[in-house]
Write a protein that binds this ligand. Structure first.
Ligand code: AHR
Length: 521
């Protein structure tokens, strides 16, 4: 195989690597909340029932923003059920996941958890079974300082200061026939526009996300976005996108090229939004909130739901992610960064247990799944300005996407620290020699090469018994000679190459995680 080539020039920039690209998602689904982030009585739980081990892993993951409380769940949710004294809260049927919702965890608990985790909250309002009034009520309760019935109720419930939630989703996946309160694009567009207008009267500082399609394969994809944005463009700040890649069919070559699909998806949503802007003579460019994305063995879900009756917090879609899945997740993050000019928020779905980087056993330990690692390292080191890269790469054939490049890359330069981080995925089944040309960044030295390689054991997973089986390892640091170097990217691998202008690699802002300090060069 001939060498792949990558030239990096700081003159060609895409945009700032927004911290909000490293978001996650906590839905009342399965054991994400109950038994995941919240488990009173667990040896690691604090006085509020928050699992400290999960809080620590959330911080290590580098999550910036967390979307809550759904997901499909929000489309039948009454937010009032989750505030006030816990003992007075009703038990309800959650139609989305055929589950009994106890409401032991609600808005106040989520806000306290978000503060403890150091993340920004992103709330969703119910536009499935509810409408403008209930969304306004929730916003008044959350963000209005006081002196009104709902803001004073929040204060009675112990939160003197307003929560000041800045990011709000106008419902969830209302294009999907599975959604409680499913709507046509016109029905949803009108409702979203009116809800947005009213919410911004209460708090003009908020940013709003209109629902885009549930995935690129929806029969209404693109026309849904066009119609919804025609109604909402002037009132909203983002259009959402969701995507999950399912490895169940065993087509590994296509799975490894999932980022090609995500890349096309983003381009198409941007084109549709820009078309509507042109039609409406709007000069403001809309951004995408990619607020659900991940690998998900989706074919298992229906069986899970069919098998049982109404129960509390059942284990649901607790996928064990493989080393290959981790490479795919790393590549999806590369794609999100490459579109940093138009993707302003992104949330990996979900945070704990439910297709999640963090797994727990109820009453037992918490551990990092394989997909935890590329997320944590990208969130840690993708700081500064995203640079445009145009890799020259061999291609390989895939059933789903035709011939695709073996190599995918993005580079992020931190002007403050002088560091350059290059993220690279080798989708191929052989090692890939890569020639790097960094002559546009004089004075750089190579510092580290981390890799998460799936070639030797693609199906390896991390389990409670073996939680460290899939982890990144350090490869020998390459030597830059006159601004050039060659590195070998292992077969089927995600890679982080770090360069800096100073002698010792500075700890990233936020510090170096202890677990990486002992890594062997
Ligand atoms: O993340 C799991 C589910 O996937 C969410 O509830 C829904 O929005 C999506 O279809």
């Amino acid at each position: 195989m001939r060498n792949a080539q990558l030239t990096i020039d700081p003159a060609f920039t895409i945009g700032a690597a927004d911290r909000r690209l490293f978001g996650s998602f906590v839905e009342h689904m399965g054991r994400c909340v109950y038994g995941g982030i919240h488990e009173p009585g667990h040896p690691a739980a604090d006085a509020r029932g928050f699992r400290r081990d999960v809080l620590e892993l959330t911080r290590e993951l580098g999550v910036s923003v967390v979307r809550y409380p759904g997901g499909n769940f929000v489309s039948g949710y009454r937010w009032e059920d989750g505030v006030g004294p816990v003992g007075d809260r009703p038990r309800r049927l959650d139609l989305a996941w055929k589950t009994i919702e106890t409401n032991a965890f609600g808005l106040g608990e989520f806000m306290a958890w978000a503060t403890a985790a150091g993340v920004e909250p992103m709330m969703a309002v119910n536009l499935g079974t509810r409408g403008v009034q209930e969304a306004c009520d929730l916003l008044e309760y959350a963000n209005h300082p006081g002196g009104t019935r709902l803001s004073d109720l929040r204060r009675e419930h112990g939160a003197e200061e307003p929560y000041g939630v800045r990011l709000w989703c106008l419902g969830n996946e209302l294009d999907g026939p599975w959604q409680v309160g499913h709507k046509t694009a016109d029905e949803y567009g009108r409702l979203a526009a009116e809800t947005a207008r009213a919410m911004k009267l209460i708090d003009p500082s908020i940013s709003l996300v209109a629902c885009g399609s549930s995935n690129r394969g929806m029969p209404t994809f693109a026309s849904w976005e066009a119609t919804v944005l025609t109604h909402t463009y002037e009132h909203v700040d983002y259009i959402s996108a969701h995507t999950y890649y399912d490895p169940s069919d065993g087509d590994r070559a296509s799975l490894l090229a999932s980022a090609v699909d995500m890349d096309n998806f983003i381009r198409e949503v941007v084109a549709t939004a820009d078309h509507v802007a042109a039609k409406l003579r709007q000069r403001r460019k809309l951004k995408i909130s990619f607020d659900e994305w991940n690998v998900w063995y989706q074919s298992r879900l229906q069986a899970d739901l069919d098998r049982r009756g109404w129960v509390e917090a059942p284990a649901l879609i607790e996928d064990d992610f493989t080393a290959v899945d981790a490479v795919v997740v790393g590549d999806l993050l590369i794609t999100l960064l490459r579109h940093a000019d138009r993707v302003g928020v992104a949330c990996q779905a979900q945070l704990a247990n439910v297709i999640a980087p963090i797994r727990t056993r109820t009453g037992g330990p918490a551990w990092r799944q394989s997909i935890f690692h590329p997320f944590a390292l990208t969130a840690r080191y993708a700081r500064g300005t995203v640079l445009r890269t145009e890799p020259v790469s061999p291609t390989y054939p895939t059933r789903k996407y035709g011939d695709v490049p073996v190599l995918d890359t993005v580079a992020v330069r931190d002007e403050e620290t002088g560091e350059l981080s290059v993220f690279a995925v080798n989708r191929g089944s052989a090692d890939l020699p890569l020639d790097l040309d960094l002559r546009g960044l004089p004075g750089l030295r190579a510092r580290e090469h981390h890799t998460l390689a799936a070639g030797a054991d693609p199906a390896a997973t991390n389990t409670e018994a073996e939680p460290e089986r899939v982890t990144p390892r350090r490869l020998p640091t390459p030597t830059l000679d006159g601004g050039r170097c060659s590195v070998a990217l292992p077969a089927c691998s995600w890679n982080l190459l770090r360069f800096s202008t100073h002698d010792s690699a500075s700890a990233p802002r936020g510090g170096t995680p202890d677990r990486m300090k002992g890594a062997q060069p």
